[in-house]
Design a binder for this molecule. Sequence first.
Ligand code: MYA
Length: 628
Amino acid sequence: MIKAGLNRNLLKNSTIKDYYRNILRCQASTLPKAKPSAEPKVENTSFMANIFRGNLVSTQVFPYPDVLTIEQKELTASLINPFEKFFSDVNNAAVNDANSQIEENTLEKLWELGAFGIQVPNDYGGLGLNNTQYARLCEIVGANDLGLGITIGAHQSIGFKGILLFGTDAQKEKYLPKVSTEKVYAAFALTEPSSGSDANSIRCRAVKSADGKYFILNGSKIWISNGGIADIMTVFAQTEQTDPKTGKTVDKVTAFIVERSFGGVTNGPPEKKMGIKASNTAEVYFEDVKIPIENVLGKEGEGFKVAMNILNNGRFGMGATLSGTMKICIQKATEHANNRVQFGNKIKNYEAIKEKLAQMSMVQYATESMAYAISQNMDDGSENYHLEAAISKVFASESAWFVCDEAIQILGGMGFMKDTGLERVMRDLRIFRIFEGTNDILRLFVALTGIQYSGSHLKELQKALKNPTNNLGLLFKEVTRRASASVGLRSTDLSPYVINELQPYAKKTALCIDLFGEAVESLLIKHGKDIIHQQYVLKRLADAAIDIYAMVVTLSRSSRAVLLGYDSAQHEVMLTKAWCMQASERCENNLKKTSSSTQMELNSKMTIIANEIFENNGVKATHVLDKF
Ligand code: MYA
């Protein structure tokens, strides 16, 4: 339908109007409704959000961000050695894992290092580092001990992050010195027995006292990292709020800073887990906990957004951490392959091994490129990073799993032995695809948030059509884009941003970006609001988005490496070329699958199979030995 009747006349003013009427007529009734907003409109600079609209907004990715001052780089470099020394001389990851706890003197040394208050401003006693500097230290933690990483990550990446992001001056003054220097641990308490991925459905309840000075909190939380050791917690609970429009009371989540010293806060024993055993995970119970009103974090009733923003804000750290984990896995696999002789030859000479190591290095490079693109955009003041942060969490956790698994495969039997240290890493890694938003939920989040943004653009176009003479710029740009696409001339051009050698790969990526925008629009036209139920499709769209982001950040980073004359520049270019070849092909396939009839047929068959298995409470096929 979009391609119908396009010719040069379409670019004339009156025809623009007709053209858009045609396209948008059938969309108007089905698009998700844009919510009216009293806020002034702020341009969304997210690269990923914009490609959902078929727009190229390059500022976050090209050129590759480089925001640290020389002083900040020097300070970061000066911290690397003490952190690495801590892991080589003080910490023992295997012992922490075996004991399911970190020894007291090891924790002491971590406090001395400032590792619990990396991003707390100096005035409050912390190291005062920004996201990018924090990411660099996360890498070291990820390379050495993920279990310990969760203890310090749950503390600062989410435990007290809300105070940093949303705290009042008084809250910051009261709590930040405690959590950065006074050895007080923090935790983030959101998940409940009946509320995991569906975070808005929590049942913990806080009721305001008649004099309005307190909230009384009751309920319980599960699987809380640091839950057994934290004295300060960011807790989310339902509170009764009055809707200003209707005057009716509704339940809305509010965030609170809860001190164990308030009384009524207890916890269960440490959970027995598959991995990250060094970290404490426990149930936390709240019984008539009296929380002073000044401990509401953010505004009353806006706690869900507080929770989401804390999680959004911390996710890049996981990318950086796991990038460090992957490096160590690659190092162990390489050392082994360089020395191990089988069939009279070092195994590094076999193509089966080369393919594995190259692939491991490609995903590590992409993960690291994502993590630092995001952290630097955040440090640059961008508030539009949540899609990219979710993408990096999914990509990093799946890549690290793959890399560790392949490292074990390369080491063979040796990889399976505890002493090599990789089996612990593999156990530790498993949770990363589950917590901080499961990868399945985050894929849906990426696809639906992007689609909502695209839908709101189509709404804008509809509005513009009502007054085309005042909106010529917007309409002209849109028609030109569509006209070009309809004759196979796609509009995205990444050529100005990448070095010559990478131009063919930039072209492949640009094509994916165009196909992506077209796919999103077709899906909106086809499904309208019902798109939220099309999870087979949304998953493929998210996978395409992930591949595109990985291609873009590697193209950008390796171009920078060449321009700055890095010794490793040619290697980075090679990683990028290989990555773009693979990812662009996969991306095109995934986009095709969002609408192909074969895929639809396959999806329906999968639904039938799954339903029958659910009905049967497990496998339904008759065992070959059962009927005789
Ligand atoms: S902590 C537990 C983690 N739990 C989760 O992550 C829960 C996952 N669930 C969700 O995220 C949400 O419930 C989803 C939405 C996404 C499913 N940013 O109707 P809605 C807005 C900004 O779509 P729902 C843990 O694991 C949305 O626009 N806003 O919501 C710790 C809408 O706004 P409006 C967002 O369908 C592990 C409103 O909210 C976002 O109910 C320890 C409602 O939206 C968002 N993301 O659910 C980790 N989402 O009304 C340690 C929604 O204005 C880490 N909205 O339109 C350490 C790692 C690092 C180591 C470091 C070493 C140093």
